[in-house]
Design a protein around this ligand. Sequence first.
Ligand SMILES: C[S@@+](CC[C@H](N)C(=O)[O-])C[C@H]1O[C@@H](n2cnc3c(N)ncnc32)[C@H](O)[C@@H]1O
Length: 461
Amino acid sequence: MLRTLTRFFVYVQTESNLKRLSLCSAARTGSAMTEPKLYRPPAEVRGMTSLDKDAFTQTITVPALRVPTGVLNKIVKSLKKSTIQRPGVPRVVQETEESSDSRLLLLDPNRVATPSSFSEAEAEALRSFGVAEELHRYELKLTYDNLKSEEVLEAVLPPGQDVTSAFSRVGHIAHMNLRDHQLPYKNLIGQVIMDKNPGVTCVVNKLNIIDSTYRNFKMEVLAGEENMVAKVKENGVTYEFDFSRVYWNPRLSTEHQRVVQLVKRGDTVFDVFAGVGPFAVPAARSGASVLANDLNPESHRWLQHNCKLNKVEGKVRTFNLDGRAFIQGPLKQELPGLLRGKASVHVVMNLPALALDFLDAFRGLLHQEPPCDHNLPTVHCYGFSKDDNPDTDVVKRASRSLGLPLEDRCSVHFVRNVAPNKDMLCVRFTLPKEVLFCSDEEHAEEPASKRQKCEDTTDSA
Ligand SMILES: C[S@@+](CC[C@H](N)C(=O)[O-])C[C@H]1O[C@@H](n2cnc3c(N)ncnc32)[C@H](O)[C@@H]1O
């Protein structure tokens, strides 16, 4: 049982949230001072749909050590693991304005219940610096500002339901994907996310599934400003774009970097589904010549903007075409000259829902074989797969689209798991000359039915 030795009230002037404290010391052998879920906000906040920050204010009791100021820094360091760790709560407080020779070190009530809670090393540090292992009780005023977002949401949302407050960060925008049971609280959730994450000034919720053509989401602003023009830095490169009208996924930064690192100065890159430029711009910055295309006029506009922003507009030619028209237009025109050169050619196709189906655009694209095949393009083509064997699945689909088995002539890179049972992969291969060059002049213009025939023949060959 706790034995109260002294009790007095003082005003603390150092911290606004610690207006008034009551202080008492606990006996060395006292029982636990902690309660489970000590930081849990008052029960009245449950079900709140419009944020009332004052309703979260409460006073809790935490253990504290009285430490002479001369050894304070050393003790704070030695007891790092046991001190209180709360947003906005100081670890060290002054008991009274007059008490200049000692301070109170606030401890984590979930770790320290009695003096025996200290580790051997901590107890030894206290002994060696002559600090009494006597726990005092400190009444701490906790406010909304001292709570973490999960603690606020867990206290508000219906008990027993998932309160995950995960979001993707795109510049100043926090992008959420709320579940149905969270929707009645959507504005409160938005406000909490904004309050608890410095730099977030706008919180949006994905309204529906991804737009099938341009891969952008419809979204609703939950809190903050309605400014959707984001500025982000990825792998050291700055991009700007209207997040509500183009595709941007912060989870692809490693993949962008992986591919760009394969590109050397003097190479040429054809980016068929370029978005706002996360492959095209860094590739150009590495010294490659880039032809970048996107069907979405908004993506195309921001792609041009980002080329200027990063001073690579002289290295990037941009197009606003369908991917197939880009392959059969600008790419087809440039390729013959590049095949004769020495530098590598890369074709990037990041539209995972459809890109594998676009590979047939390469069939019989050119009519004359070059004298050697050193510079056949390397294709990096992305695909989703829900198959039990995703690698085999994407290679099979790429082979079908090209009309040539790729099994022994490609590599597959796992990019990320996008949903339960849905992976994103990248198939990389040198575009086979049997695909690129048609022996018969009409091949490129063949109707689909005839092409199918050709495909079957090639597959069985
Ligand atoms: C998944 S995003 C990838 C964007 C960018 N490469 C990246 O990694 O962030 C696919 C892009 O393809 C564009 N797109 C969709 N259908 C297209 C088509 N038929 N032809 C060309 N671009 C298309 C979309 O507008 C979108 O910007």
